[in-house]
Design a protein around this ligand. Sequence first.
Ligand SMILES: *Cc1c(COP(=O)(O)O)cnc(C)c1O
Length: 833
Amino acid sequence: MPNNRFKKSHPKPAITKIAKLGMDKKSFQQDFKHYYLHRLGRDENCRSPYYAYTASALSLSDRLIERWKSTYNTYRKNDCKKAYYLSMEFLIGRSMSNAMLNLGVEDPLRKALYELGLDIEELEDAEPDAGLGNGGLGRLAACFIDSCATLELPVVGYGLRYEYGMFKQLIENGYQVEEPDHWLKNGNVWELERPEYTQRIKFWGHTENYVDEQGTTRTRWVNSHDILAVPFDMPVPGFKNGTVNTLRLWKATATEEFDLDEFNAGEYAEAVAKKNNAENITMVLYPNDANENGKALRLQQQYLLASASLQDVIANWIGRHGTDFSRFAEKNCFQLNDTHPSISVAELMRLLIDEHQLEWDEAWEITTQTMAYTNHTLLPEALEKWSVGLMQHMLPRLMEIIFEINARFMAQVSAKWPGDFDRMRRMSIIEEGHDKQVRMAFLAIVGSFSVNGVAELHSKLLKEGLFKDFYELWPEKFNNKTNGVTPRRWLAGCNPELAALISKHIGDKWLTDLSQLDKLKSYTEDAKFRKQWREIKQANKQRLAEYALHEQGVKLNTDALFDIQVKRIHEYKRQLLNVLHVIHLYNRIKSGDTQNWVNRCVLIGGKAAPGYAMAKKTIKLINNVADVINNDPEVGDKLKLVFMSNYRVSAMEKICPAADLSEQISTAGKEASGTGNMKFMMNGALTIGTLDGANIEIREEVGDENFFLFGLTEEEVEALRGHYNPQTYIEQDEDLQAVMQLLECGHFNQFEPGIFDDIISAVKSPADPWMTIADFRSFVDAQRRVEQAFLKQEDWTRMSILNTASSGKFSTDRTISEYNDEIWKLDAVNVSS
Ligand SMILES: *Cc1c(COP(=O)(O)O)cnc(C)c1O
């Protein structure tokens, strides 16, 4: 890369070993003061906690960077095999408390700040979330890199540095309003710009053939409009092990070359303005969860991620091994987080063939031995397709390569199933039709040696449904990797009191071996332990109530059952079913049916994709129902409904420790895994859920008697399709009739006539894919069982303890160990300090 700052001829600074920075209270105090006073220029008169946060973060960052260097040098020395996690999303949230926890300096830093009159929690709250993801898929990537570092695996995360992350959700008159999230506006303490590793990315232009010096005909991509990808690295600390891995996020910028014609024609401003165009590519995260929409800018983002990351890895390879790629596949593995980065299959082929002169067969061998693909959804509308026309225009060389991959693949299919043209049409990477499409999932499967789903049921359904043809061709490629969450952030970090109680009784090995939590099972009969367990839950509920009062202005009674559903708003997740139940509870209160009543606070939170009308209307419905219920004196403390606005990682860290009941109520067969379900379980919530995604495995682990199961199974859902008739359910169920009647008479929209008509007709439609009405009775019955159980507080506490104790399987340490044992096959590398 032409960059004067990094010329090889510059002298190296004569810096040898220096003493490591102190990890004690005094060292932190010194560094804090230095940054606060000298770098940030603040003093005792500054009241904003933001600067105190920044000074603390800079002090921590220095210590991370030391370990980062050691890790880098150790990996280099070992020349170890590496894996690369390619993901369009990393939903990191905040970094400071995680850095403290993983460096093991919570105590000294807390005390250092306390002595300066600062409250560390207030500083933590001043950190903006890095919201570079939509929901589960992006958060999974963040949990994964935490576990990789903790397991001492040489894994690099590759993603995009969006200037604007997930939008901020405001609620106005009950409706979602989106506000841009300019999370970088005050700078980002946790990143390090590495312009020396800038990569050049081609777009547009066309291809041409030429004959090289050896007389071989080759193809090149010419007249392209190039942009630059500049890496910004974020440190990923392992848990108290000296390892700090790298998350490398690419930012798009313009090349420094100006268009000379424009320039000379006096169009100086226009030439400079092109810079803006390039920077648009990584300007904003697409806020659609499990649903893509064919926008050119999104394809540019995907290609930038793929091309920059692969070029980075190849440059590294050449720096160490020269241009001999024969051992490349032995030393490198790419894990594709969904189809978003699957253009990597074609891009690696292009780089190897066009840029490094490999033959097709060699390049294909390498590609198919290094790529591994994770599928995240069964929803057909979420399967990515790109128009062939768009690709030919934007990525002409890539489209040629995809055609060639497909031609060879079709020959393979035809050899195995001669004359089976229907199968060829089904399996083709190119979907025929008047607007031909590239099926990205198929490109990923054909180009990968491993294809995995993210929970047992999901992986089974992939083999039986969506990817059946491919499973018949390559059964050995298919495997399951049940998701998890990192217990550092989702138990130790977010629930420190519970973590301390657990460690006091079973030691602290559970932090890196979550199966140890099993030992808690012997404490269910210890009355004192149960009391402490309950008191901690109560304190967490109190904190959440304060947060809800501050954020939403509602008062919650902390003796009530905290019944929580937080996740993206989507029809398949069935927030509507939850609302129908709340309306049913309201009806019970209004009709005096309140024997053995259990007071309940129902909290619902989540963002709707800005273009998803039904999801946005669901938010409005929740808010309107909440308005009626919360302002009815007859209801009082018996029932509260709260929409928690702007759900995000830092909100979940306050929410999941306070939950009594976790709502995981998707239509069976639609939620690939879910990970919110795991965070709640780990923190001692009981689950009410369908047999869907990882709920099935959660129930297996905790036992049926500690799980509130309801609803149709996936097989029953499929069997019902085609002759589902919601009307018959309504006719046979008086409670459901009463709920529908309230909705239909406009009880919740008295001055807004008709606004919920589309929701009402959707649930009443025989074509409702989510079959909400079909599960109503079963859901209400399960909620009755919840109430009966909650009345017996000692038994409830036993079940709560058992849920945490049985959550060991759902650590991403287990998930990542499986990825490594079965797919990546990396050696752990200890970074001795
Ligand atoms: C865990 C998490 C999710 C995923 O929740 P699901 O219930 O599995 O959909 C989404 N968003 C945030 C902020 C999370 O922390």
